[in-house]
Ligand binder design. Structure first.
Ligand code: ZN
Length: 283
C-alpha cells in the first residue's frame, strides 16, 4: 500500500480525476461544478497519503498556525472574492481591448493533445510570474505569504495573498486566450492546476522518479520552499517543470537530508489573517 501510494498515487489521482473531469464536462456539467469535484477528489487523495504515509510527522498542521489561517485565506480568495471567475472575466476583457486573440489554437486536435499543449503554453506565463515573485521585492512581499509556513501539507496549495494568486492565474491564462483556446481547455488547465497544487504540497512520502523531469511535483517543490534563498530560487514550475530545464532553474539533489525539512522564510513570522492581507501593501 505504502509503495503503491508513494510511487503511483500522484499519477493515479491526476489521470483519474482529469479523465472524470473531461467526461463530466462532455456531459454538460458546469466548469465550476467539475472544478469542485476535482478539488474535493484530490484533497481526499492527499489526505489519505498524509495519514497513511506521512513524510514528516512534525509537519502535521497545527490549528492556530496553519489550518485556521489557511482556511481563512481559502474562503477569502476562492469564495468571497471568487478569484478564478474574476480572473477569467478580467483577462477576457483585457484581450478583447487589446484587439482579440490570434485564433490560431488547434481546436480540431483531440482533447488530451490540446490539454498537453495548453499546459506547456500556460506554464510559460506561470513560470515567469512565479520567478518574478522571487526576484522582484515588491512581488515577493505578496508571495512570501505562501512561503511563510515552516511545514508543508496539502492546504499550503491555496495559501496565497489574493493579489499574488490573481496575477499568477492571469499570467497562466493570458497566453491561452491570446492563441484563442476554447473555454473548455482553459477550464481543464485550471482543474489540472487545482489537483496538482494539493499534490505539490503534500506531506506524504513520494517516489516519482522519471516524472520529476516532467511535472513540478512534491519532491521538487519541497526544495522550492527551502529557507535558504539559494536553494529555494529553483523549481518555479507550477504544474510542469519543463521551463525550469530551459531556463536552468531545475534543482533535484535526490537526497532526503535534514536540509529538506528546512522550509519557510527568514524573518517573516507574522501569521494573523489581518497582517497577511494588509502588510504586503505597507512594504
Ligand atoms: Zn515561490
Amino acid at each position: 500500500m505504502q509503495l503503491v501510494f508513494s510511487r503511483f498515487g500522484y499519477l493515479i489521482c491526476i489521470t483519474s480525476i482529469l479523465s472524470a473531469s473531461i467526461i463530466l464536462l462532455e456531459y454538460g456539467f458546469s466548469e465550476l461544478e467539475v472544478l469542485l469535484f476535482a478539488g474535493i477528489g484530490s484533497v481526499l487523495f492527499t489526505l489519505i497519503g498524509e495519514f497513511a504515509v506521512p513524510l514528516y510527522k512534525e509537519w502535521r498542521p497545527n490549528f492556530k498556525e496553519n489550518f485556521f489561517p489557511d482556511a481563512s485565506l481559502f474562503v477569502l480568495n476562492y469564495i468571497v472574492f471568487q478569484s478564478q471567475l474574476l480572473q477569467i472575466f478580467l483577462t477576457t476583457i483585457a484581450i478583447k481591448f487589446a484587439g482579440g486573440g490570434f485564433d490560431i489554437w488547434p481546436s480540431d486536435l483531440n482533447i488530451f493533445t490540446q490539454l498537453v499543449l495548453a499546459l506547456i503554453v500556460s506554464e510559460f506565463g506561470l513560470y515567469w510570474f512565479h520567478r518574478s515573485c522571487h526576484e522582484i521585492p515588491l512581488l515577493w512581499r505578496f508571495h512570501s505569504i505562501h512561503h511563510n509556513p515552516q511545514r508543508l501539507y496539502w492546504f499550503n496549495a491555496t495559501r496565497f495573498h489574493y493579489i499574488d494568486v490573481t496575477l499568477l492565474q492571469v499570467c497562466g491564462i493570458v497566453p491561452l486566450l491570446i492563441l484563442g483556446a476554447e473555454a473548455k481547455i482553459i477550464a481543464l488547465v485550471t482543474i489540472f492546476s487545482t489537483v496538482h497544487g494539493f499534490w505539490q504540497h503534500v506531506n506524504a512520502e513520494q517516489d516519482q522518479r522519471i516524472l520529476n523531469y516532467i511535472f513540478s511535483g512534491p519532491e521538487l517543490h519541497r526544495w522550492h520552499h527551502n529557507l535558504k534563498p539559494e536553494i529555494a530560487n529553483h523549481n518555479y514550475g507550477n504544474n510542469l517543470i519543463i521551463w525550469d530545464h530551459v531556463f536552468k532553474t531545475f534543482y533535484w539533489p535526490k537526497d532526503n537530508s535534514n536540509e529538506l525539512k528546512n522550509v519557510g522564510v527568514r524573518g517573516n513570522a507574522v501569521n494573523t489573517v489581518k497582517s497577511m492581507i494588509l502588510d504586503p501593501f505597507k512594504g
